[in-house]
Design a protein around this ligand. Structure first.
Ligand SMILES: C[S@@+](CC[C@H](N)C(=O)[O-])C[C@H]1O[C@@H](n2cnc3c(N)ncnc32)[C@H](O)[C@@H]1O
Length: 338
């Protein structure tokens, strides 16, 4: 290993430990207030720790194998997140109150909910305004890092290696679509890893898409506000379609609709990569954490999702599943149209 590689390995490990310790302290405080639905055993905690260590080891390996550039290891906007600590702390208090009162659909009257499907009209993770305000979009990225102890972007970029392999095997400019792109953090990392391709993103939240526009400005990414169940996009108009952390928030009917649309817009020679929460078929050792997430985070479709493997839905939608890789609390599923 070169000196540079060794140095960045050490810097990376120091960064991850610092993130984990500071956030774990806040988590511990929250646990005292909220309690847990189910208490993890020592074996559960060990399994979780193993998955975390594997994630970090893989992240470094991917850089060393050239799947994505080293700069991605250090691209979290830590200063911006630090400046959001007061706002996120106030938001966590609001979330706790909402959870305590069981207010699963707590929206200010000015938000027009009628434009959205029923399943979308709720405060996922108890967050204020659900996905439907600027303040929600502004706090979302830091909130995800906080929830996952600084591994949000690390988990997201585990989608890149199969895409890198596809791009190596099939040269030329490719059209790449992120379905439910949210605030754009996946597209940001992917377009830095592979700048010479055409990127698009679609999301149902206009506020999250506005935020993505800010993050991705100047990168030539085309962004759309629309429902992934009925994409306003032509058949076979993309070489790669990906999606990160969408499916666990959808009822099964909507999951199938989105997969059908991904199958339609991806070229028959193309690739589909989906990352979402681990499921019980691949990660039974994480059961207590996955079930707690379902019980504690206002995620009404998560328990169904846990028991209904994404792989089965992909096959039913006309894909052949090529691989399933763990990524801490999530998994990355790679599939091809059949
Ligand atoms: C948990 S967030 C994940 C966002 C992003 N992919 C990420 O990595 O952070 C779920 C996203 O799905 C979007 N979403 C939910 N239902 C959708 C639908 N039917 N069509 C398009 N986007 C949807 C939400 O607006 C939100 O941005």
């Amino acid at each position: 290993m070169t000196e540079l590689a060794q140095l960045s390995r050490t810097a990376y490990q120091a960064q991850q430990i610092a993130l984990r310790l500071s956030m774990a302290a806040a988590h511990a405080g929250l646990r005292l207030v909220m309690g847990r639905k189910r208490i993890p055993s020592a074996a559960d905690l060990l399994a979780l720790r193993r998955r975390l260590e594997e994630l970090h080891a893989r992240d470094l390996e991917h850089v060393e194998r050239g799947d994505y550039p080293r700069e991605l290891l250090f691209q979290l906007p830590l200063r911006e997140y630090a400046s959001h600590v007061p706002k996120l702390s106030a938001e966590v208090l609001r979330m706790l109150q909402r959870a305590k009162r069981g207010k699963v659909r707590d929206f200010p009257p000015q938000i027009d909910l009628s434009r959205y499907p029923e399943y979308f009209r709720r405060n996922f993770h108890w967050q204020s305004d659900g996905y439907l305000s600027r303040r929600s979009a502004e706090l979302y990225d830091f909130g995800v890092e906080f929830l996952f102890l600084g591994t949000g972007d690390v988990m997201r970029r585990q989608v890149i290696p199969p895409i890198s392999q596809f791009l190596r095997e099939s040269p030329g400019e490719k059209r790449i679509l992120d379905v439910a792109c949210g605030t754009g953090r996946m597209l940001h990392q992917l377009s830095r890893a592979h700048p010479d391709h055409r990127y698009s993103g679609v999301d149902l939240s206009p506020f999250y898409v506005d935020r993505a526009r800010e993050l991705l400005s100047g990168l030539g990414v085309s962004l759309l506000v629309d429902n992934a169940e009925t994409l306003p996009l032509k058949e076979a108009s993309f070489d790669v379609a990906l999606s990160v952390f969408l499916f666990h928030e959808l009822p099964r009917r909507a999951r199938k609709n989105v997969l059908r649309e991904m199958r339609r817009v991806v070229d028959p020679s193309g690739l589909v990569v989906i990352e979402d929460a681990a499921q019980l078929n691949d990660s039974p050792e994480l059961r207590v954490f996955l079930e707690n997430f379902s019980l504690e985070m206002n995620e009404p479709f998560f328990s169904g999702y846990l028991a209904e493997p994404l792989e089965t839905d992909l096959e039913e939608a006309g894909f052949r599943v090529e691989s399933v890789e763990p990524a801490f609390l999530s998994k990355v599923v790679v599939a091809r149209p059949v």
